[in-house]
Design a binder for this molecule. Sequence first.
Ligand SMILES: Nc1ncnc2c1ncn2[C@@H]1O[C@H](COP(=O)(O)OP(=O)(O)OP(=O)(O)O)[C@@H](O)[C@H]1O
Length: 229
Amino acid sequence: MAKKKARPKREALLMARGITRRFGDRTILDGVDLDVAAGEAVGVVGPNGSGKSTLLRCIVGADEADSGETTLAGRELDERRPEIRQDLAVVMDDIDFFPDLSVVEHLDLMARAHSQPDAEEVVNVVLDEVGLMEVSGQLPSTLSSGQRRRLALASAFVRPRKLLVLDEPEARLDVEGVRWLGDKLVAEKRAGRAVLLVSHDPGLVERVCDRVVRLGPAPEPAPDATDVH
Ligand SMILES: Nc1ncnc2c1ncn2[C@@H]1O[C@H](COP(=O)(O)OP(=O)(O)OP(=O)(O)O)[C@@H](O)[C@H]1O
């Protein structure tokens, strides 16, 4: 169960208030408030099962909170609404790809479906950035798990967006991939976008996030070096 608050000094682009989610008699989220301003990154951290993914899913409307509300630039946030999809790019753990579209066809469709100006150029730049140029003609089923993760991230980066919501984006990336991801998320902030990031990578959170919301019990203090035998 968690009740945490995190408010930025600037006016929030994303504003979540009183998010409460119960499964049966278990209260996973208990009135969580969370704001993210443009140009800011907020991290959501906590142990397995503490409700991080549930919080993101409630915020973007992929799951229905028992109570609470979320707005993006003052409008109710629901990723199923077209005007919200224009401003929002989400990468969750369970992304599905079109099985019959190659990597480049998939990205091209994502870019054009979201009215990305200069779709072809943006797709080429992102393919190069995420290191998928060499496999751009392959079907998703023929990619490695890390390459599929890169494709999921690329699918967000080819879209127009004001807010980027990422659930453990570092999962399955190699060391170079995590470094690239950190660079990319810092660049997102510099471009004035807001980032909401669930992560188990303290280095990535430290590098990218301006503030952190912690769910679940407070972590145990690290054992003193002299205690280790
Ligand atoms: N649809 C569901 N039905 C019942 N319980 C659920 C459901 N979805 C999530 N839970 C429970 O809610 C709790 C929080 O799950 P959640 O996936 O949000 O955790 P998390 O912090 O993202 O974990 P992890 O770090 O392992 O990804 C877990 O105990 C999980 O079993």
